[in-house]
Design a protein around this ligand. Structure first.
Ligand code: GDP
Length: 320
């Protein structure tokens, strides 16, 4: 770690894999403030699930830094409904990209995982050491297994080849560029959309999945992007680092906050036929804080910015 940090980002060609997703967009916004060259590739140009395409692309474009933010992602129901997609596509994306990065001499790679990699009954807040110490939450185990494989691949490249490949595990994310589709979105985006539509239609009730009791920690996506840039410069170690916000709320409380931001004044109705998922998954972020980084966007402010983004992003595309 000692001689690899700080990693000089200045002047580097940085490939943001997954730049059309919520995280990738935030990374492009954040990196635009750095003296780097940002490289991206749309799906029509580069399908990360196809090995030959990925190798050819790396050979042509020669990025020096890679942030792997491309993934097949989805909320609790999508995960449970499409296990093959979540396991297979993520494994392919990870193996192809990490392998090509090594073979084409990438100097630094940051792989993004997720807090769902931890065991369902991990101690709270969850320390990095909890990885692989118990069974996963079944509703997203397919995605979690793929993400665990990805971070282990980074560790394997570090160990066997000395590659400067690192991994970060963000907690639940929300913000501009989120997936607003109710069938596949995560909870913050879903509640923003539902509260907005309920208000527009003059409805009195907002439906919230599950019991409302699960606790989740929420990180504004632009804070994550800031953490990524920080970690590229400052982190070079074997442990997949937690990136959290410390802002933990029950789903019912999140729903009330969203109603306040959106201006919906009806009541909440909980639907216990929908899954709750894991009861709690707050991340222990002491390692990241010791390095000198903390999240800065309060939840209410982040939700207001996410709602403004929802209005802008869906204005001309109501089906989004
Ligand atoms: P998770 O963190 O992997 O469980 O993913 P989600 O963000 O999809 O769900 C978090 C929690 O919010 C779960 O307990 C869901 O049941 C609950 N939830 C409440 N309403 C909704 C909704 O409309 N959509 C989603 N995706 N989750 C919801």
């Amino acid at each position: 770690m000692v001689d690899r940090v700080p990693f000089p980002l200045e002047g580097k060609r940085v490939f943001v894999a997954g730049h059309r997703g919520m995280v990738g967009k935030a990374l492009v916004r954040r990196l635009a403030r750095e003296p780097v060259e940002i490289v991206t590739a749309g799906r029509e140009e580069l399908d990360l699930t196809r090995q030959a395409e990925v190798e050819a692309w790396f050979e042509r474009n020669r990025p020096q830094v890679v942030i792997l933010a491309a993934a097949k992602v989805g909320g609790i129901l999508a995960n449970a409904s499409y296990p093959v997609h979540f396991l297979e596509q993520n494994l392919l994306i990870e193996v192809n990209t990490i392998r090509a990065a090594f073979h084409f001499g990438v100097e630094k790679l940051l792989f993004l995982g997720s807090s769902c990699i931890y065991p369902k009954h991990a101690p709270q807040p969850i320390p990095e050491e909890a990885l692989l110490t118990g069974p996963l939450e079944p509703t997203n185990q397919w995605y979690a297994i793929a993400k665990i494989a990805g971070l282990e691949l980074c560790r394997a490249y570090r160990r066997q080849h000395g590659a400067d490949f690192v991994a970060a595990m963000p907690t639940n994310l929300y913000g501009p560029g989120d997936n607003w589709d109710l069938a596949s979105s995560h909870v913050a985006a879903a509640l923003i959309r539902k509260a907005h539509e309920a208000k527009e239609r003059g409805e009195r009730v907002l439906e919230v999945w599950g019991t409302g009791t699960p606790l989740r920690e929420f990180l504004f996506v632009d804070d994550l992007a800031d953490a990524c840039v920080f970690l590229l410069r400052r982190y070079s170690d074997d442990i997949a680092l937690n990136v959290g916000s410390g802002q933990e709320v029950a789903i019912a409380e999140l729903a009330r906050l969203v109603c306040g931001v959106v201006g919906f004044e009806g009541e909440l109705r909980f639907d216990p036929t929908k899954p709750d998922g894991t009861p709690r998954k707050r991340l222990d972020t002491r390692r990241l804080e010791a390095l000198g980084w903390r999240a800065s966007t309060p939840l209410r402010e982040g939700l207001a910015r996410a709602y403004a983004a929802f209005l802008a992003e869906t204005r001309d595309r109501p089906s989004l």
